[in-house]
Design a protein. Structure first.
Ligand SMILES: Nc1ncnc2c1ncn2[C@@H]1O[C@H](COP(=O)(O)OP(=O)(O)O)[C@@H](O)[C@H]1O
Ligand SMILES: [Mg+2]
Lengths: 350, 276
């Protein structure tokens, strides 16, 4: 059992609080992404788990054992660094074998493990080369192979694909998923790229400004963001937020009225642009379309709803002219209601 | 129009660059050239005026005579000994200090760096008398070890600051990767950092060697019979004819030049890193 329990971790750099009471439990064999914009504290959290940084307060246990105070080597984990950190003075073979050699594995096991890891990541042809003769993508594979070769209980990855070009990134993402699924390793994956996180993860922890805003499966997080930040950060185009007046627990949209979790004042409608349909003319939520862009697979409309900026997506078969006003039908089950004061969403209707 | 002006600007910059290079080369090379001319030109060549471009009636005799001079070989060995001590101690003490400066944040780090540089601010001449007295007391006076220790004091600040630059040039992530994959801090240092820093450390060692080899003041004050080559030559040559002095000077420069030439690639590496 190599579950990870992160309990109330705080980290300050001088007066600056990089992590504010972060708690998260990762189950055995689970793949969890830390997703958030650059500078939000993802790397800091990962480094604290690895033992490369010490937390100001809080506890971390791996496999039921607190690891606070243990040096990195005694935590039973492997890590893939953002800039690969492949040792330049060793061949690819020696790089991949490094962890095993440190464990004093016998030569036969070293060879077997290196060949297995190299096979998974397709780097067998380069085993005798030095890293400076490899491309970024190949070095990346070496870094992952080095981590997998030790068959770690826990694998930490810090933006491992961020230095690759778009095509290679897509390819590596698919490969990583296959490789890691078969290994069954408990994995924490740091990224600022939502597509990576959505595609790879069992669960995603969205990090913002030193806090975890929401933890959930990709679908949960996408459909019911816990905060305005999560909704705006995830999804392309981002979620639309439209403030509306509430009358007796109801919000009137076109000819329909929706019951909402608050009785008066204002409420924010969180609307995913692709969950709407075009309403028959004169009905539904009115959107003033400024620009209509046919994208081939769909039609992207940019404009405003109730004088607030909005972006929605309609099927490619629709035609909308610039400047036109269209009516939109909402799916009550797929909208999120948020409080206008703190931007926290109300629990999804059962 | 503007491209023409641009071209003019660029060629003016090139002119400035090249005149700078020429001036620097002249600054270093002309004295060496004059020394060589004096050494090779024989008894009359030294005083000849105007100088010829190439030495007339070249003779190697001053060199041979110089090498045969009594005590030259012994003081050569003394110089090697003092330089050996300097190199060993300044790497052994300077490299860990440089590593600490590069990798750890500690209170007073900047003051420490300043302090290290300040040791060079004391004129050795002022320290000469107290040093001599305490060296006599400690039994270090007139010994190669004593000279080596003083030269270490001169070379150490340099070694600490330069090795700091070298260790900064080894990415921290590499060391951290080593820790994660099973190394203690010491193992990571020897398996990862040391091999990558080696060229720079070698260059630092050579520089320490050159500092000790060229130092003459402390060596002259602190020794009487066991002189280093520079100190010995200073006394011997002041009583010799001019062209012997030039021959001695030229031979003294040679080891440093050869050394520096051999490690020039690494020196560029240090400068590149420590000027960051
Ligand atoms: N060693 C450090 N000293 C001071 N501030 C730091 C240090 N490491 C990280 N920070 C700060 O902590 C915040 C989080 O950094 P980081 O965890 O690297 O973010 P992320 O990986 O999410 O981009 C940033 O604002 C960064 O400037
Ligand atoms: Mg980061």
């Amino acid at each position: 059992m190599t579950n990870i329990v992160i309990d109330n971790i705080r980290k300050s750099f001088g007066p600056f609080q990089a992590l504010k009471d972060v708690s998260l439990t990762i189950n055995d064999g689970e793949f969890v992404s830390l997703l958030g914009p650059s500078g939000c504290g993802k790397t800091t959290l990962l480094r604290i788990i690895a033992g490369l940084e010490t937390a100001t307060s809080g506890d971390i246990s791996i496999g039921g054992r607190s690891v606070i105070g243990l040096p990195p080597k005694d935590r039973g984990l492997a890590m893939v660094f953002q800039n690969y950190a492949v040792f330049p003075h060793m061949t690819v073979y020696e790089n991949v074998a490094f962890g095993l050699r440190m464990q004093k594995a016998d030569e036969a096991r070293v060879r077997k493990q290196v060949e297995k890891a190299a096979g998974l990541l397709h780097i067998e042809p380069y085993l005798d080369r030095y890293p400076n003769k490899l491309s970024g993508g190949q070095r990346q594979r070496v870094a992952v192979a080095r981590a997998l070769a030790v068959e770690p209980g826990v694998l930490l990855m810090d933006e491992p694909l961020s230095n690759l070009d778009a095509l290679l990134r897509l390819e590596m993402r698919t490969e990583l998923k296959t490789v890691l699924q078969s290994a069954g390793t408990t994995t924490i994956y740091v990224t600022h790229d939502q597509t990576e996180a959505m595609g790879l993860s069992d669960r995603i922890a969205v990090v913002h400004d030193g806090r975890i805003e929401q933890v959930g499966t990709p679908v949960e997080i996408y459909n019911h963001p816990a905060t305005r930040f999560v909704g705006g950060f995830i999804g392309n185009p981002p979620m639309n937020f439209i403030t509306m007046p509430v009358l007796a627990g109801q919000v009137a949209i076109g000819s329909e009225s929706f019951s909402v979790p608050t009785s008066s004042g204002d409420i924010v409608l969180g609307l995913r642009g692709e969950t709407v349909e075009r309403a028959p003319s004169g009905q539904g939520l009115e959107m003033q379309v400024r620009v209509a862009e046919p994208m081939g697979s769909h039609l992207l409309l940019t404009g405003s709803i109730l004088d607030q900026p909005a972006r929605v997506i309609l099927p490619a078969t629709e035609t909308v002219r610039n400047g036109e006003t269209v009516g939109l039908t909402l799916d009550a089950k797929r909208v999120t209601w948020l409080s206008p004061e703190d931007g926290v969403s109300y629990p999804a209707a059962a | 129009m503007s491209t023409a002006r641009n071209a003019g600007f660029i060629s003016a910059r090139r002119l400035l660059l090249w005149s700078g290079i020429v001036a620097l080369c002249a600054w270093v090379l002309v004295p060496i050239y004059l020394v060589a001319l004096g050494a090779l030109g024989g008894r009359s060549g030294v005083y000849q005026w105007p100088k010829t471009i190439l030495p007339t009636n070249v003779s190697l005799q001053p060199f041979i005579l110089f090498l045969k001079t009594e005590g030259v070989f012994q003081s050569f060995l003394n110089s090697l000994g003092a330089a050996g001590i300097t190199v060993t101690l300044s790497i052994l003490l300077g490299a860990p200090a440089g590593y600490a400066l590069a990798r750890y944040d500690f209170r007073g780090k900047d003051s420490f760096r300043l302090l290290v540089l300040l040791t060079r601010a004391f004129p050795l001449a002022i320290l000469a008398l107290p040093l001599t007295v305490s060296f006599i007391r400690l039994g270090l006076y007139d010994t190669v070890v004593g000279v080596g220790l003083i030269h270490t004091v001169l070379a150490l600040p340099f070694a600490a600051l330069v090795t700091q630059g070298i260790f900064l040039g080894v990415p921290r992530e590499l060391e951290e990767a080593a820790w994660v994959f099973g190394c203690t801090r010491i193992q990571a240092f020897f398996k990862i950092v040391a091999p990558l820093a080696l060229p720079g450390l070698v260059a630092t060692a050579v520089f320490a060697f050159v500092i000790s080899w060229n130092e003459v003041f402390a060596a002259s004050v602190l020794t009487v019979r066991h002189r280093t080559l520079t100190a010995y030559l200073l006394t011997v040559l002041s009583e010799s004819p001019m062209h012997y002095r030039f021959a001695g000077g030229l031979l003294l420069i040679l080891p440093s030049v050869v050394f520096i030439f051999a490690v020039r690639r690494y020196l560029f590496a240090i400068w590149g890193i420590s000027s960051k």
